[in-house]
Design a protein around this ligand. Structure first.
Ligand SMILES: [Zn+2]
Length: 307
């Protein structure tokens, strides 16, 4: 196996601008998510797939100056893992969380990790695009498989009216560490001919499991070459990494949104001295002292009485 390349994402246009592709290597990022959440192997795979999918979809957001553009995927599949959330930026960072990290299911007959069994396939996928310049907009699709790749493709086909293929791959070593992870998205754009579309989808269908490809040392550049044998234009290559972005300020804002009752309950739990708040995305623990909690309560009260 070739030396592991650092995580990165490549955005490209092929067929003279009539198809776009995003390819990402996310091994180290997926391993960081696994280290943070300490999940079962199936949930580690689900987090890796969801985070990679979020990066692939976020890559199409335009850069904005007012706010950082972001894309959030939320999955409520009704499976034992509970709700999964991943947020990514076109700048290449991603974070993800899951309600029940230790959810597990029997291994499939072929030994592959059964992501759909922990995610479930009876709920829905919510995609929130925050373009950073206008109000965020949400799209919802019913989950079809719970394996996440086909669900993301169904979302793109439905919401953007353009057929897309999404491939996600992750492989864990027996000890549990993420060995490889990555994803590939191909989307047809207006103007593509039926023949071009058929040839492109044949080439994407001929892909084996991405995880096997990654293990063999292939990655984003090779997938692009396989998909566009006549060449493609690389628009951008960005490094990919885990990043949370939480802060004391954001934790305090979240506490205020919970309301006075919840803040008082948090104070009681911690002997009235402080409240401990754990960030669901990075597991960092914030301790908010009692004096600050009382200030937050006063702020809520004064905002309420403001005319
Ligand atoms: Zn955090």
């Amino acid at each position: 196996m070739a030396a592991a390349a650092p995580d990165h994402l490549v955005r490209a246009i092929g067929l003279g601008g009539r198809a776009r592709a995003v390819a990402a290597l996310t091994t180290a990022t997926a391993e960081e998510l696994r280290r943070i959440h300490d999940p079962s192997p199936q949930v580690a795979a689900a987090l890796a797939r969801l985070a990679t999918g979020a990066l692939l979809l976020a890559a199409s957001l335009e850069k904005a100056t007012a706010r950082e553009p972001m894309l959030t995927l939320e999955v409520e599949g009704g499976g034992p893992a509970g709700r999964l959330v991943a947020t990514a930026s076109p700048a290449g960072w991603v974070r993800a969380t899951v309600a029940n990290p230790l959810a597990a299911s029997a291994t499939r007959n072929d030994g592959r990790l059964d992501v759909a069994a922990v995610v479930g396939a009876s709920g829905h996928l919510v995609v929130t695009r925050d373009p950073g310049v206008a109000e965020p907009y949400r799209g919802v699709v019913a989950l079809e498989t719970g394996d996440l790749a086909k669900d993301l493709a169904a979302y793109l086909a439905g919401s953007e009216q353009s057929p897309a293929a999404v491939l996600l791959g992750v492989l864990l070593v027996p000890a549990g560490r993420v060995e490889v992870a990555g994803g590939f998205l191909v989307q047809l754009l207006p103007g593509v001919s039926d023949d071009e579309a058929a040839a492109l989808s044949d080439r994407v269908r001929a892909f084996g499991p991405l995880s096997a490809d990654l293990r063999a040392g292939r990655g984003p550049r090779e997938w692009l070459a396989m998909t566009f044998p006549d060449g493609c234009s690389v628009l951008e290559e960005v490094p990919v990494r885990f990043h949370c972005g939480c802060s004391t300020e954001r934790v305090e804002t979240a506490l205020k949104l919970l309301g006075i009752g919840e803040i008082r309950a948090a104070m009681d739990e911690d002997n009235d001295r402080q409240a401990s708040v754990t960030c669901g995305f990075c597991r960092r623990v914030y301790r908010v002292p009692r004096l600050r909690l009382l200030e937050l309560i006063r702020e809520i009260e004064s905002e309420r009485t403001r005319p």
